[in-house]
Design a protein around this ligand. Sequence first.
Ligand code: XMP
Length: 499
Amino acid sequence: DGFPAEKLFNQGYSYTYDDVIFLPHYIDFPTDAVNLSTKLSRNVPLSIPWVSSPMDTVTEAYMASAMAALGGIGIIHSNVTPSEQADMIRSVKSRRVPILSRTQKSKLLGYVAKSDWLGLKDKEIKLGEVMRTDANVCVPWDYDLRQIDEKLKVEGRDFVVVEEGGEVVDAVTKEEVDRVKGYPKLGKGTVGSDGRWMVGAAIGTRDSDKERLEQLVKAGVDVIVLDSSQGNSVYQVEMIKYVKQTYPELDVIGGNVVTMSQAQNLIKAGVDGLRVGMGSGSICTTQEVCAVGRGQVKDFEVVVMEIICTSHPFLHTESCFSCIATSQATAVYKVSSIAAQSGIPVIADGGISFSGHVVKALVLGASTVMMGSFLAGSTEAPGAYEYDEKKKCRVKKYRGMGSLEAMTKGSDQRYLGDTAKLKIAQGVVGAVADKGSVLKLVPYTMQAVKQGFQDLGASSLQSAHDLLRSKTLRLEVRTAAAQVEGGVHGLTSHEKKAF
Ligand code: XMP
């Protein structure tokens, strides 16, 4: 019944997520037994496969902290000065700093309050001079959020330190408790060996990016993403080697790529992770403008309210240039098969509009999914809400980093257009409906993803990949009529909310 992935994706066609469908397999475990813990890159483990895209309308400090709290990770965009980007990294990491004893490793000696810490700036000062040692700052490790909330109220504090057997294991702030109140809990947050949220940052491949990188490393960045729409270049290969030589402890993610040979080049250069997708994003016009990439999903019916073309309209018609690309399902499958041989995790970047797309990306070989439009418009996304009179709802701006508007601020490097005389837009500016907090959006979507995995009989990413490669999981191509049948149809209107 159906086709093994190996056969389906080797027929000369480029498939999008919507083009393909998995046939159900055998269920022998409950939904909650599905474990989607994964890796972003060789040395960055995550408890959920969720990454927010380095775009200036998606990931700044607020989004990155929320992603880490959920167990995923945010990649801070680089459409700002190096010091502004470094400040965002510091902000994600600026939880209060507990001071631990050097001899008795995890014994709490005191702490530096945020206001004191910020006042220090770069001053050389002995910690003893600013350290506070008040009692009643600790709670036992088995306190739940409700008990921590109670303790914060009783003590009139805005943070507590969590101890287990006399050792400090975490710190929880009032702000964090307030933000997660009433939301479902997912898994462990993404905390680095320094006890602070992990966070990534995007950089380009110019010489000036080496200085940017230095500032980001000083600010504590945990992983670097080389941000390019076509990553298979001499510039990126050299930058990968530079990062690995200069900061051997730092993971570097290369891309974007969509073919096996592109991926092989970057793997040879030493990448710790690969980002896959070209022109498949909801705001992308790379495929139309440059004729390069791999097939695309452009279904923004639910999430993107409106796409407003701000650049010259003729640039967004297919007739203007002959173009390059591949569909995202094919790209993810092909690149993942080659990356798996070297143990390199793959990020499926762009084109995700529904939980079903996440299931397809992960089962086809990706270790994580990166999202722009899906997270844009949320409370944690940068920018202010505006009221859309026509749609009768609040919206936030969402724009492609290759849109003329974003490139004016500097993101043209991503499209290697910063040295070109004429700027050509490869993205558009739009608006996305208010989605509320990602602290609610992500857990509900993850639950749907787990149900998809259960239907396929896969209790983890590894088991899904094993089932796919052993040809146990089967797929079929959906005709246009089958895609219509697979969606809601035959109703004059319907409720679009899933939760
Ligand atoms: P989604 O579908 O999640 O896609 O909104 C986000 C991804 O799209 C890429 N990106 C662009 N691609 N022109 C492009 O061709 C652009 O202006 C642009 N801006 C972002 C990027 O990979 C992102 O993660």
